[in-house]
Write a protein that binds this ligand. Sequence first.
Ligand code: HEM
Length: 417
Amino acid sequence: MTKPLPPEAGRDALQAFLREGSPLGPLKVMAKYVGRFFQIPMQVFHPYIVFGPEANRKVLVTERDKVLWRNTDPVTDLLHDGVLIVDGKEHDHYRGLMEPALHPSTLPGYTPLILAHTEKVSHQWKDGEVVDMLVESRKIALLIIMDTLFSKDVWDDIPHIWKPILKAIEYISPGAWILWRKIPRPGFRKPLQQLDAYLFGIIDERRKTKEKKHDLLQHLIDARLSDQVIRDQMLTMMIAGHDTSTALLAWVFALLGQHPEVHHRLVQEVDTLEKSPLLDQVIKEALRLYPPIHIGNRRIAEDLEFTEGTIPAGERLFYSIYLTHHDESIWENAEDFQPERFAHGRKTPPFSYVPFGGGPRACIGAAFGQAEARLVIAFLLKNYSFEFTQHPIHPHMGATLEPRPGVKMKVTKRIKT
Ligand code: HEM
């Protein structure tokens, strides 16, 4: 049992929904009235939500054996046996195979590709044109993930795979299927088949080539995995590895647009310093305010006790990264963009900042994602001026937390003096 909701909570939740345009507002209202442990009061879908350092540690580390990553939702339907949604030995096997390609020592080797793809995308911009940084960030992140992990330059294929990829992301985003699991979902079969055909084509091409590549795809092939399981891991990495980075990059540009003073200081720093501390802080603060993965999704395998109550086996559990990052008792002025809060190391308790989850199943691409963001943002700020068009932006709960309706910025090539 969770604490009962007072009558005014419903009204406040509705107002928050209308004001913020997403379920994040109502979640904050629930957290305010009921605390760090509550259940969504709906008939068909009634997951438990927990947040805060103690709960995060429990779910991610100390009691993780009592929860399962594998669920019965469209993510499982799409990714089948992808490392993100399998448990136990199967998970550890796939994760072990993938770790070398994402180990911090491997990352410097990716720098030339990361910069080349950023250059290629930005080179298309016309001087003075207004571009949507949500779209441009996706192009950059997609090119990077496919080339670094699978040695596949998808530049020429973008027109062909763009829509199937967006459909795959839409397929796993929250929707009416939450309330009605078997709801007909027309319009997905064909694009998802196209995406599969594309990935199987890459695997097939690699199996036939004599040239030995040293990338993640080769590693999966050499490990004698079946084409189907390789496809599952590729699709997992393709989506988990680019949709998140897309959101992060887009949020950074949105926040810079909304905070011209920080934007100005950051441009000065990337122009003059090899490694900008402010850039690091801006990325960290963007990940705090708008964590691309804002919840972790689990199924309870064994009754799980929290200070506030017990979640019975079989129930759904979300640990909320977003609510943890917006908790005023942890973060001073939690709703404000203050990159300098990260200037002097960690000041908040362990498990209070979890943009990449935590424990043995923390994000495998955490170092990759941050290194990529640093390189892409520094390159773009050094080479282009960005002028925000001052339109409203709200966080949209899709597969990731995205700035909607996009981040429209006027871009101008900077003249080097
Ligand atoms: C800004 C970028 C990123 C963010 C914010 C992010 C966030 C996360 C989070 C929060 C989790 C844990 C979810 C949970 O506990 O349920 C996770 C897991 C994962 N991420 Fe990321 N991620 C990012 C980039 C990447 C990249 C670049 C890759 C691949 C190259 C990647 C691949 C994965 C995979 C495979 C997992 C599952 C790991 C496992 O279960 O063992 N992510 N990510």
